[in-house]
Design a protein around this ligand. Structure first.
Ligand SMILES: [Zn+2]
Length: 429
């Protein structure tokens, strides 16, 4: 999940942005949800979650200590598939993209299904120490919060459904998916909707990410590029006066930095990496910059894209005019390295109202917000999707000192909300 930090209730809620006014579901829906959450079956589910607490924490530690860098999630996927089987799911498999999934069959014999996901991958490269350190009530390790908490609680939700004997009309597919973080570019979720055996049946979607008391209803879109500027290169002294791709890139960065974007819908841009050259006394052959642009609005993101494309050739031309092209001219190559579609699940849609009603029953008025996560894919396709919380307080997401607080009461309350939401949606209500 991509970050915009909001400090609420003393811990970081990484995916929340633009919290809006308190959210309340229509009264009849809240009443219905209240009946479900007060039922004897739901009481059994609560007991299951409660008695599972140590196991949730144990699974969290076990999974965190299996590294899962982008494109290298296979070992964790294999372990997770075994856990999905142990939790009682059937048709457990690792698909061609690398997602681990299993199904909990409904009574309806078929078509529409609910997909519930947490992502396997972390942002950390191979070789990162993921050994979990215990510090009081905190567990610390890279990737432990985002999104290993989601993986661990998803298993507990499956067990609670079974122990409480809940039957749902629709099938529910539970999955640990690959490729959520940056370079993965949502490949696991794209696969589910474009190529998987479930692709035409997924009519509702939930992803579980580290947060609490929130319902993510918007998907912030992004476009990412690497722009490489090429030149003839030469000796810094002997060939002084020839065109230099670093100056062309500087022209481009200066122009890029002057892009005008609205505050609302929130639209941003960044040059994140600059690289290139070979030595201090060489005019470089190649330099490059890596760019990230994001917006809650497709139109604004398209404008950013057009702006970027409009400034590159003038930046190059300026350098080709400023110095000698006797050894060759500056050119550039534009490589797209990522794209996340913009999406939105309307706040008055059933899926948002159901999740809100469940929060209301436990006394919470959830915050709505936009994030950048697996939900972007179904949202962009018009398939109802929300991102819900794994409940654990977390901090330092995407940093080496990432932590999770082992706080039982609030986390279990969030899991009850997740469970009630899943049951209601899978019953087509
Ligand atoms: Zn995440």
């Amino acid at each position: 999940m991509s970050k915009r930090l909001a400090l609420v209730a003393g811990f970081a809620l990484p995916m929340l942005v633009q919290p809006v006014s308190a959210q309340t579901a229509p009264a009849p829906m809240v009443a219905k949800m209240k009946a479900l959450m007060a039922s004897p079956a739901f009481a059994k589910a609560k007991t299951s979650l409660d008695s599972d607490w140590d196991r949730i924490v144990k699974d969290l530690v076990t999974l965190t200590e299996i590294p899962a860098p982008p494109f290298k999630e296979a070992t964790r996927a294999k372990a997770y598939a075994a856990m999905l089987t142990e939790a009682g799911l059937t048709d457990v498999e690792i698909d061609a993209e690398g997602n681990a999934s299993g199904i909990r069959k409904g009574t309806g014999g078929g078509a529409p299904l609910l997909l519930v996901q947490a992502h396997l991958d972390t942002v950390f490269p191979e070789g990162t120490d993921t050994h979990v350190k215990h510090e009081g009530d905190k567990l610390r390790a890279p990737g432990i919060g985002d999104d290993t908490t989601g993986l661990a609680v998803l298993l507990a939700l499956v067990r609670a459904l079974d122990r409480a004997g809940f039957k749902t009309k629709q099938d529910i597919v539970f999955a640990g998916n690959v490729g959520e973080e940056g370079p993965g570019d949502l490949r696991g979720t794209r696969y589910f909707f474009q190529k998987s055996k479930y692709k035409d049946r997924i009519k509702q979607f939930i992803s579980i990410e580290p947060s609490r008391e929130s319902v993510t209803t918007g998907g912030v879109g992004s476009k990412r590029y690497k722009v490489i500027f090429h030149g003839p290169g030469g000796h810094s002294y002997g060939n002084f006066g020839i065109v230099n791709p670093a100056y062309a890139m500087a022209n481009a960065i200066t122009a890029f930095s002057k892009m005008q974007v609205p505050a609302t819908p929130k639209t941003t841009f960044n040059v994140g990496i600059v690289e290139g050259g070979t030595s201090v006394n060489s005019v470089p052959h190649d330099v490059a910059m890596t760019i990230d642009m994001r917006s809650e609005s497709k139109a604004e993101l398209d404008k950013e894209d057009a702006y970027l494309k409009s400034i590159l050739q003038p930046a190059v031309d300026m350098e080709n005019k400023a110095r000698s092209t006797s050894r060759g001219s500056i050119t550039y190559t534009l490589q797209q390295i990522g794209e996340r579609p913009v999406g939105q699940t309307p706040e008055d849609s059933n899926i948002v109202r159901v999740a809100t009603a469940a929060q209301n029953v436990v006394g919470v008025t959830p915050r709505y917000g936009a994030g950048s996560s697996d939900s972007n894919i179904p949202m962009s396709l018009g398939i109802p999707a929300v991102t819900l919380g794994s409940g654990f307080p977390t901090g330092g997401n995407h940093a080496l000192d990432e932590w999770v607080q082992v706080e039982k009461a609030g986390t279990l309350r969030e899991l009850q909300v997740d469970l009630a939401t899943i049951i209601t949606l899978a019953n087509g209500q």
